[in-house]
Design a protein around this ligand. Structure first.
Ligand code: DQA
Length: 147
C-alpha cells in the first residue's frame, strides 16, 4: 500500500551492498535486498526510499533530497559514520527524525569505530542488533511519526 505521506528514507553507506558475503561472522548472512524487503514490510502504509552508495557525495545528495521530500531518515552510514563531517552537516540541515543503525556493535570493535559523527545528529542509535536493527528503527520511527 502506498500513501500520500512523504516517504521514509533508508540510506546505506559503503560496502553494505556486499552484505551476505562480507564478513558474515560480523554482519550475518542477510543481504541488503533481504533488509529492504523486511523494512518495506515493517513500514506498511508508508512509502520507503531505499538506497545504497559507496560514494559520500551520493549519500549527502540523498540526505538533501530527504530534507525536502522525506518524512524521516534511517541511516547506516557504514565507514562514513566515523569521519564524515559532510554527512553530519547534511543531517543537521535536514531537520528530520534520524535513526542511526549499525548491524554490528561498533562499541565492541576497533577503537576507530567508537567515534560517530552521525550520532550527534541522531535521535536514536541502534547497534549490534544485526539486520533486525533496521526493523527496530522502523518501529521506533512509526511510533514517533504516528504519535
Ligand atoms: C557498520 C559498522 C561500521 O564500522 C562499518 O564500517 C560498516 C558497517 C555496521 O553496520 O555495523 O561498514 O556500519
Amino acid at each position: 500500500m502506498s500513501s500520500s505521506r512523504k516517504p521514509i528514507y533508508v540510506l546505506n553507506g559503503p560496502n553494505l551492498n556486499l552484505l551476505g558475503t562480507r564478513r558474515p561472522e560480523v554482519y550475518g548472512t542477510t543481504t541488503l535486498g533481504d533488509i529492504e524487503a523486511a523494512v518495506r514490510a515493517r513500514a506498511a502504509g508508508w512509502d520507503v526510499e531505499f538506497h545504497q552508495s559507496n560514494h559520500e557525495g551520493d549519500v549527502v545528495d540523498r540526505i538533501q533530497e530527504a530534507r525536502t521530500e522525506g518524512a524521516a531518515i534511517i541511516i547506516n552510514p557504514a565507514a562514513f559514520t566515523h569521519y564524515s563531517i559532510a554527512i553530519h552537516d547534511a543531517l543537521e540541515a535536514a531537520e528530520l527524525p534520524v535513526v542511526e543503525v549499525h548491524i554490528s556493535n561498533v562499541h565492541r570493535r576497533e577503537p576507530f569505530r567508537h567515534t560517530s559523527y552521525v550520532s550527534l545528529q541522531a535521535d536514536a542509535v541502534i547497534a549490534g542488533a544485526g539486520a533486525f536493527g533496521y526493523e527496530m528503527a522502523v518501529d521506533w520511527l512509526l511510533r514517533t511519526l504516528e504519535g
